[in-house]
Design a protein. Structure first.
Length: 157
C-alpha cells in the first residue's frame, strides 16, 4: 500500500531539507526534471580537491524526492565523484531491481526501499542523486555519464 511509503521519518526528512537555495558562485549547476510528474531539482556544487566543498539545492518534488534530497543534502559535503556515482547506482538498483540499499554516509536511503514497488515514483526519487553526480562531473571537467550510471549486462560500467 502506498501509505506505507510515507513513514514519519520519511515525512520529517522531506519537511526539513538541508542546504536549500542556490550558491552565488558554483563550479557547476544542474537541473533535472522527472517528466512523468514534473518534479524538479536544481543543484549547485563547489568542488575542491575532488570532493564536494559546498552544495545547495532547489527542490520542487514529491515527499519521496524531497526525502532523498534531504539525505543527500545532509551528507554530501566531502563526498567524491566515485562515492556519489556508486551511491546513485546502488540507489537505482535498490529501486529498480530490489538490490541492497546504499551503505556508508547515504545509508538512510534504505528507508526508500519500498518505492521499488511503485515504478512511476522512481524518477522523482532519484532526481537529486542524478543531478549531483552530473554537477560534480561537470565541475571537475568530465563529460556527462552517457550511460546514466547503468551498467552493462556483464556488470562493467
Amino acid at each position: 500500500m502506498i501509505d506505507d511509503l510515507y513513514s514519519a521519518k520519511l515525512l520529517k526528512l522531506a519537511a526539513n531539507l538541508p542546504r536549500v537555495g542556490r550558491l552565488s558562485a558554483p563550479d557547476a549547476s544542474v537541473e533535472k526534471v522527472a517528466k512523468l510528474c514534473g518534479s524538479r531539482v536544481v543543484v549547485d556544487v563547489v568542488v575542491a580537491d575532488g570532493r564536494v566543498a559546498d552544495f545547495a539545492q532547489d527542490v520542487k518534488a514529491c515527499a519521496l524526492g524531497q526525502a532523498a534530497a534531504s539525505v543527500l543534502g545532509a551528507h554530501v559535503i566531502g563526498a567524491s565523484l566515485d562515492e556519489l556515482e556508486v551511491t546513485r547506482n546502488q540507489f537505482r538498483a535498490m529501486l529498480k531491481a530490489g538490490g541492497p540499499a546504499p551503505d556508508g554516509r547515504f545509508s538512510d536511503l534504505a528507508m526508500l526501499a519500498p518505492v521499488k514497488d511503485y515504478p512511476a515514483r522512481h524518477a522523482s526519487t532519484l532526481l537529486a542523486f542524478e543531478a549531483v553526480t552530473e554537477a560534480v562531473r561537470t565541475a571537475i571537467g568530465l563529460a556527462p555519464d552517457t550511460t546514466g550510471g547503468r551498467t552493462s549486462p556483464a556488470g562493467a560500467a
